[in-house]
Design a protein around this ligand. Sequence first.
Ligand SMILES: *Cc1c(COP(=O)(O)O)cnc(C)c1O
Length: 437
Amino acid sequence: MNFYSTNDPGHKVSLKEAVIRGLAPDQGLYMPEKIPTLSHSFFEQLPQMSFQEIGYEVISALFSGDLTKNQIMELVDHTLSFDAPLVKVEEGIYALELFHGPTLAFKDFGARFCSKLMSMLMEGEERKIRVLVATSGDTGSAVANGFYKVPGVEVVILYPKGKVSELQEKQFTTLGENIHCLEVEGVFDDCQRMVKEAFLDKELNSNMLLTSANSINIARWIPQCLYYFYAWSKLPVKEKKLAMSVPSGNFGNLGAGILAERMGLPIEVFIASTNLNKVVPEFLEGAPFSAKPSVQTISNSMDVGNPSNFYRLLSLYGNDEDLIKEKVNGFFFDDNETGQAMKKVKSENGYIMDPHGAVGYLGLKKFMDQNPGEYVGIFLETAHPGKFKSVVDKVLGIDLELPERLNKFLSGTKKVEVLENDFEAFRSYLMNSNLHP
Ligand SMILES: *Cc1c(COP(=O)(O)O)cnc(C)c1O
């Protein structure tokens, strides 16, 4: 499979080049040159298949020309080493729980696939690779844990100072070894901008091999389509049309769902659910797309004002703005509405949602209320509520017990450097720091 840049369909590269570059040289996002359609018999067998079996089929359809059968199996087994249960929350509404991995957020899927694939593609290379990551919280922990002690890879994580939860921060800043953390005096979008600038800087790139493990990288982005197939396979109701609500920030997760749909998965509509960082819902309602500074909310992993996967969404629909507006509904909610939904679902259904999942739930409810009786709905529960314990405790008036694997991070010591909100400072950090002792 070759990959083209969303900025120039004529620019095509191999899987290895797309993964190692992360972002195309013209700043476009890489996209698979052809989206394979899965066979009718695959969809018939889907309900009987395991998560891993689904993974082999889907990844083979995309990458069988680039990887051996054994490599694909190893990659899928490593990625799908924990379950993604579909839980009934109320009549006609299901949560797809994506937080059963090592860092308790859906980003574990992409990070595990990405680290494994990069180490496969770098086999036999003498050069070390530096992975640059901007994070609003959960990417940092998933990538840090996915790449921790992977030979030949150094990871540099940039995050906005004071704007990620303590638990999130501890999950990546306490590891050390090949994981280097920079606390930036700015917001998430500043971190993302600095990382993008680094990829475009000629001198940096002639001195070192830089790549990205953000969802702009196809190795992070593509594997996220797998759990959409799995969710459908587990859905007990298949007669009704399916609405899938995705709580979104950078829009990689939603894009991966659309990829699954383009491969033949019968998802009738998507719901792009956001907090007050609402440029995409506004676009879907007819406004021109324009990036805005991000605002802080209780669903902080979605505090993104300039969603980097936006052009990927468009390109999945052949850059047809009418088509995307027909297939994707957008809704946004403020913190008060999010908290109210968490309370209501806890008291009426006994289900505890994290603030991100709650935004997904709200979007789904709104859509279902506008279309009564027609749909069955799934919202993605993107993180374990314990990851946002202080918010969840405060909203619900409880003292949520943390799972063991979260607790163990809390005892570690934070190791970080503070970085000015300035690309030159980042540049000189990369040029001067001895990242590989
Ligand atoms: C990253 C994240 C999101 C947003 O996902 P995108 O792919 O960036 O849209 C939602 N919820 C949680 C918990 C996250 O960590």
